[in-house]
Design a protein around this ligand. Sequence first.
Ligand code: AMP
Ligand code: ZN
Length: 139
Amino acid sequence: MSDCIFCKIIAGDIPAHKVYEDDLVLAFLDIAPITKGHTLVIPKIHQESISAVPSEYQHRILEISSKIGKAFVRTQEYDGFNLHLNNGQCAGQVVPHAHMHVVPRIGTDGFHWNWRNLEYKENEIEELLSKFNEKFSAS
Ligand code: AMP
Ligand code: ZN
């Protein structure tokens, strides 16, 4: 898509620090990293939602993301990594071209996900899963 910043990076029209590239995916350093080494892995086709990305691209994104995380750990600069994907504006997606974040981590990096722990009310799980199962089997 011509006005997509990540499509422009794929086309080489704007610069990026390339980490990995093959026929299906491109990986490059995030311009505003959570930790040093924070990398984005994107499919080489324009789709906003990961669920619209063909499965061979989805598989390659996960395979390469975990390989990149593992390679950063093997540098001995990190102890682990997060794989993180924002799907949809309400979920924090800013760039409308599907992408996986690979965030190399060490315990002292001072970053914390803003996690919380809700509780389900009575029957809420059954109602939720009943609606979900209807749609999941139909998808
Ligand atoms: P998200 O909020 O999941 O859509 O994340 C978009 C990410 O893209 C952010 O972490 C940005 O820092 C990153 N980003 C935006 N523009 C560029 C760019 N030109 N090169 C590298 N990373 C970028
Ligand atoms: Zn795009």
